[in-house]
Design a protein around this ligand. Structure first.
Ligand code: GDP
Ligand code: MG
Ligand code: K
Length: 300
């Protein structure tokens, strides 16, 4: 927008909530693009990603946050808790995502962190597509509305894209008048390399279910356009020899499947043909080591 456009709005929106309520799914569906990785496992979102959505005069800059959680204080968890708390500083609007019907101690913990937040908090009651009967929602919303003062309470389904427009309209109303910080066609602050590594990590988490813990990292070793083809080489780092075997699978079958699925997503995201090479290496105890996190660029 022009700097003198009186309707121009722009600001930061934190999406918070306990793991698995659907924060990443919500961000992806608002953007209409896959930026943030999702899975049935909690804690799949390890980094902070900005998702930028410009709709006419309104530019909303969304911050997806790793779920806030209490666990053994390994380095990775410490990093994730830091990232989650820092997301609440300097935002203009908070979208607090909860699951329909379920309210747990983990939700209570997030609510507690929000007690320090001064900006408007919109409550997004997600996964309403799972409700057999909409009437069930009313007592739940009644209960939630007593927890704190919410600027709005919006039942929605991130997955089915139900009621996303009212959420976005509410967010827009609470953003300050400002020029846009990013070009109107930009959708993220992250590099293509970073997005590529997140896609590979998502495929691994999805394929392996509970077999391999969260201790998988992906490093992009090559990211190069050659003619019409994008050549990407990714190194998958695991903690143990056994995890390496699991990821590779019988005669390499699982790694091939991970590669095929990742390549399709990358082609869709980057809009070009992708040649993807993957390999797996054991890097002992990397999740325990702050130094290893720094070497992977996760020390913010
Ligand atoms: P996050 O940990 O809060 O980022 O949650 P994710 O976005 O990774 O989602 C966790 C799980 O919930 C995934 O399996 C999603 O497909 C699922 N999910 C997210 N939103 C919805 C929804 O609106 N309806 C249903 N049925 N499932 C959803
Ligand atoms: Mg997530
Ligand atoms: K998740």
């Amino acid at each position: 927008t022009r700097p003198d456009d009186p309707d121009s709005r722009c600001g930061f929106v934190a999406i918070v909530g306990r793991p698995n309520v659907g924060k990443s799914t919500l961000l992806n569906h608002i953007l209409g693009q896959k930026l943030s990785i999702t899975s049935r496992k909690p804690q799949t979102t390890r980094h902070q990603v900005l998702g930028i959505k410009t709709d006419g005069p309104v530019q909303a800059i969304y911050v997806d946050t790793p779920g806030m959680h209490e666990e053994e204080p390994r380095a990775l968890n410490r990093y994730m808790n830091r990232a989650a708390s820092s997301a609440l500083v300097d935002v203009d609007v908070v979208v607090f995502v909860v699951d329909q019907l379920a309210w747990t101690p983990a939700d209570e913990l997030v609510l507690d962190k929000l007690s320090r937040v001064r900006c408007p908090v919109i409550l997004a009651v997600n996964k309403v597509d799972k409700l057999a009967n909409r009437e069930q929602l009313l007592p739940h919303i009644e209960m939630l509305s007593k927890k704190r003062e919410f600027a709005e309470i919006i039942p929605l389904s991130a997955l089915k894209e139900t009621n996303l427009a009212p959420l976005e309209a509410a967010v827009g109303r609470f953003l300050p008048k400002s020029v846009h910080f990013y070009p109107d066609d930009q959708i993220t602050d992250r590099s293509e390399r970073f997005l590529a590594s997140e896609i590979v990590r998502e495929k691994i988490t999805r394929q392996l279910g509970a077999e391999v813990p969260y201790s998988v990292a992906v490093e992009i070793e090559q990211f190069k356009h050659e003619g019409k083809t994008l050549h990407i080489a990714a190194l998958i780092l695991v903690e143990r020899e056994g995890q390496k075997k699991i990821i590779i699978g019988d005669k390499g079958a699982r790694l091939r499947r991970i590669g095929q699925e990742a390549r399709l997503d990358m082609e869709r995201l980057f809009g070009s043909k992708v040649m993807l090479r993957l390999w797996v290496k054991v890097k002992r105890g990397w999740a325990d080591s702050e130094r290893a996190l720094r070497s992977l660029g996760m020390d913010s």
